[in-house]
Design a protein around this ligand. Structure first.
Ligand SMILES: [Zn+2]
Length: 348
């Protein structure tokens, strides 16, 4: 298999050389459905044969005529923000039964923060091509295995503006992978001991645009600084700064989603048009970090009820929710409205 947004002529030739059957394009069902509907950026939409897309499917397989099995067309089919030019006269794109490992193939692309769109074919053994083999079960188990192997690897005092008694603890999984950081204000582990009031905690997914640049498209920057300010006022708290940019879709795909939002989709539909779910984050990472930090009970700063249930399911005692809403800024009003209406956030 190869990622549809990145494969080149050489990669397609290698797949053809070792394939036991013609390659298919695997897409997330939501991407396939968006392709059929034809969002603003896709043209010409009418030339794609409507596909029976059942929402319960993990993956949709498309059999492309040979003329369409080229890098530019694959990129256009994978990425709704890329231009898709189909040859004239139109050649039909038909659906095929998804191969048994289709969902693992899409999961592997997502782990690499690539669009869940891959060219795949059953392969015969070709040792001299240097293909990397990985088991489907290992791919599907990776998120939970990586979370379970997280360990604190570095710690230092980092006084913050308004929160001078702050320490950072960096976490890394056994295989390296992405690094997550806990920001400790005061001694949340002492506050978490039985008898006292559980310390404040916040799960903050990194947002380069909002946290660093002060983007007005979201509310991440004000939420980040507001959470640290509140923890400093209380004297203790823990903010988990999670490497889960854009609800887990990565910065590149977040920028693509912004582009689709500028074409009229809301943040949920934009993620789905790219083939991603509404929220790709895992609570296992946060729960593992809290356990290592000796903070198994918390009051959670959040407007998102799913976070309460998600953390509780991972063994953290969530003893209360503290609202964490900030006024719209004139640019993010629609984003906040979507959070309330479609993600069930409590922003009233
Ligand atoms: Zn943000």
């Amino acid at each position: 298999m190869a990622a549809a947004e990145a494969v080149g002529v050489g990669g397609l030739a290698e797949i053809a050389a070792c394939a036991l059957a013609p390659a298919v394009l695997l897409l997330a069902p939501t991407r396939a459905a968006a392709l059929v509907r034809g969002p603003a950026l896709l043209r010409p939409a009418a030339e794609v044969v409507p596909l029976p897309v059942a929402p319960a499917l993990d993956a949709v397989a498309l059999r492309l005529p040979p003329a369409l099995l080229d890098p530019g067309t694959l990129r256009g089919l994978a990425d709704p923000t890329a231009e898709l030019v189909l040859p004239d006269p139109a050649q039909p794109i038909r659906d095929a039964p998804p191969p048994p490992l289709a969902s693992a193939a899409l999961a592997l692309a997502k782990l690499a923060r690539l669009l869940p769109a891959v060219v795949a074919a059953p392969a015969r053994e070709v040792p001299d091509l240097g293909l990397l083999a990985v088991g489907a079960a290992d791919v599907l188990a990776y998120p939970s295995a990586a979370a379970a192997s997280l360990r604190p690897v570095a710690e230092a005092a980092v006084p913050l503006d308004g929160a001078p008694d702050a320490r950072l603890v960096a976490f890394r999984a056994a295989d390296g992978g992405v690094e997550h950081v806990a920001v400790l204000i005061g001694r949340p582990d002492e506050a978490a001991r039985p008898g006292g009031r559980a310390p404040l905690a916040r799960l903050h997914s990194e947002c380069f645009t909002g946290d660093v640049l002060g983007s007005l498209r979201c509310d991440c920057g004000v939420q980040l600084r507001g959470a640290i300010r509140r923890m400093a006022e209380e004297g203790a708290g823990v903010l988990l700064y999670l490497a889960q940019e854009g609800r887990g879709i990565g910065l590149v795909n977040k920028l693509r989603a912004y582009r689709l939002q500028d074409g009229g989709l809301d943040t949920l539909d934009a993620n789905r048009a790219l083939g991603w779910g509404a929220d790709e984050r895992s609570f296992l990472v946060a729960a593992a970090m809290l356990e290592h930090l000796g903070v198994p009970r918390i009051r959670l700063l959040t407007n998102n009820p799913d976070k309460l249930a998600g953390l509780a399911a991972c063994g953290i005692r969530v003893e209360g929710r503290e609202a964490h809403a900030f006024a719209p800024n004139g640019v993010n009003d629609g984003y906040l409205e979507t959070k309330a209406r479609r993600f069930g956030h409590l922003l009233a």
